[in-house]
Ligand binder design. Structure first.
Ligand code: ADP
Length: 219
């Protein structure tokens, strides 16, 4: 569950978010669409605790029934690592590590057992059809494969919320379709909540709900 009330954000004197209200249920797949510059990425970064909203008197940000209002940076990092998985437009895999190692990194940050983590990473990569790619480095993988490794990395700590920013923006249409179907398969299998910022109309149409953002608010 994601609850956001009166989320404001300014950069200098530019007001990017002007009081966003949002309520997303557990297991929902929600697409956020809207023109470039509307504030979609900023909102996603705030929902993902990568950025902070302005601490106005009446703002509220709650994820999985945990209020993030005023919690310390250290607690926020821990919360993020445990509860949230991110998928970006450019996979942001570390080039010098194999697919398997890239997937394991968030679990190692959470100090999880190495053997257990590698086993789980292999299971996820297998589920994503990448069992033969575990030892490949990112530059030895296709764009679609790289993005599926990034999905596996987002899943390793069993987050309940997955936030994706233009996840298929860099993929050919066949790979994009496969990735979109995967999101729904994951939701059906694990009950994860997805918030997807996208320009892809096909993906937005598949979502349970589409929110339109314009000029810093959801309309
Ligand atoms: P969208 O994802 O809808 O295209 P963004 O959230 O990326 O919109 O950006 C909204 C506005 O905020 C843009 O005008 C952008 O230039 C500005 N902006 C975003 N991040 C920053 C930042 N870190 N510093 C200054 N301005 C920013």
């Amino acid at each position: 569950m994601i609850l956001a009330k009166n989320i404001h954000k300014s950069y200098g004197n530019v007001e990017v978010l002007k009081g966003v209200q949002l309520h997303i249920k557990k297991g929902e797949v929600v697409a956020i669409v809207g023109p470039s510059g509307a504030g979609k990425t900023t909102l996603l970064q705030i929902l993902g605790t990568l950025d902070k909203p302005e601490t106005t008197a009446d703002y509220e940000l709650t994820l999985n029934d945990i209020s993030l209002n005023g919690i310390s940076d250290k607690e926020v990092s821990k919360f993020r690592n445990k509860h949230i998985g991110f998928i970006f437009q450019f996979h942001q895999l570390l080039p010098e590590f194999t697919a398997l190692e890239n997937v394991c990194i968030p679990a190692f940050i959470a100090r999880k057992d190495k053997k257990e983590t590698e086993k789980r990473a292999k299971e996820i990569l297998t589920f994503l059809g990448l069992e033969d790619r575990c030892e490949h480095k990112p530059n030895q993988l296709s764009g679609g494969e790289q993005q599926r490794v990034a999905v596996a990395r987002a899943l390793i700590n069993k987050p309940s919320v997955i936030l994706a920013d233009e996840p298929s923006g860099n993929l050919d249409s066949a790979s994009a379709k496969k990735l979109h179907e995967l999101f729904f398969e994951l939701r059906d299998k694990f009950g994860q909540t997805f918030v997807l910022v996208t320009h892809n109309e096909e993906l937005a149409a598949m979502a349970d709900r589409t929110l339109i953002m314009k000029d810093g608010v959801i309309i």
